[in-house]
Design a protein around this ligand. Sequence first.
Ligand code: DP6
Length: 360
Amino acid sequence: MTNPTVDIINSKAAGRVCWESPANIALIKYWGKLHEQIPMNPSISFVLRDSVVKICLDYDIDPGRSFGLNSFQLNGTENEVFSKRIESYLKRLQSLFPFLKHTRLRIESHSTFPHSAGIASSAAAFSALALCICSVESKLQGGIHDEKFYSKASFMARLGSGSACRSLYSGMVLWGASDKIPYSSDEYAIRLDDARIHPLFMTLKDAVLIADDSKKEVSSSQGHALMEHHPYRQERIMQSRSNLSKLLLAMAGGNTSLFAEVVENEALSLHGLMMSSNPPYILMKPSTISMMEKIRLFRKENETDICFTLDAGPNIHLLYFEKDAAIVTRFIREELAPLCRNGRWINDAMGDGPKCLISE
Ligand code: DP6
């Protein structure tokens, strides 16, 4: 997977491909890079069912012409900021997909969730885009979508946004080389074998509780960069590896209380790292803390292993199992929704992974 090059395509071709790809939520966090898009530690996540980005790509390949991104639309409108990021990503992919050097593209992107919801749209968007490019390549080569297709798409998605490489699979997904898991890699994600995961963990639900929907003051990219000289860098590498082992143990044995303990430790450590970096910063809001306290109290009083996690933002991802859906939904409506910004929360769950919608 280190050098997935293909031959330059010498003939003209045109068509349209559309993929829908989900956002993912990390249980073990990717925070800090070794070097460009190589993670400091392995991470584990699962994809969401309803929080997805659909990308349609119209391509026109002509060996006599050079690359061009003719238009990029986000939810129906031209978007210059994203367009620039996508353009430089596609230029970067040209050494891996030489046909791109002679391709004119029109890209339309639609997401089912608001940009401000604290759900990483870049993971869904870059995984969908990587799948579209890999589909064009496989069409040009008359190929099929086998397991290698997805690892390659994961490799490509990683170059756009690290966490995007984990959006390619259903079930529990690992990105990063670990001596605990054969075939794990820093360059692409893999799906953890079902035999390693107790079936209960395949029924996970995720309620995204919106504590705040304003633009973040510090982006994830800036946060990763601050890990480079972080005083706790080495400790974080050791902690994440130890948490990974514990989480694997919890998921294999159906140990829901250990699962909750590790997941919350990862979320709080992520924000602890932000608060102890130089310069330090705080992304949690007072309502984030109030919701975390309520969730912990509910867990104690109901002996139900619900737990929370956080991405690099103030919004809570409340994780619970399908079997507890009735009591947890009541808890959300009565106690957590009033703490959410304008009462907003998103009812999501573990999903099935990306879908190819059109390939013509
Ligand atoms: C806190 O994948 O957004 O969500 O590789 O720079 O694009 P880049 O970073 P990104 O970082 C995500 C960080 C996180 C934790 C996680 O998803 O594992």
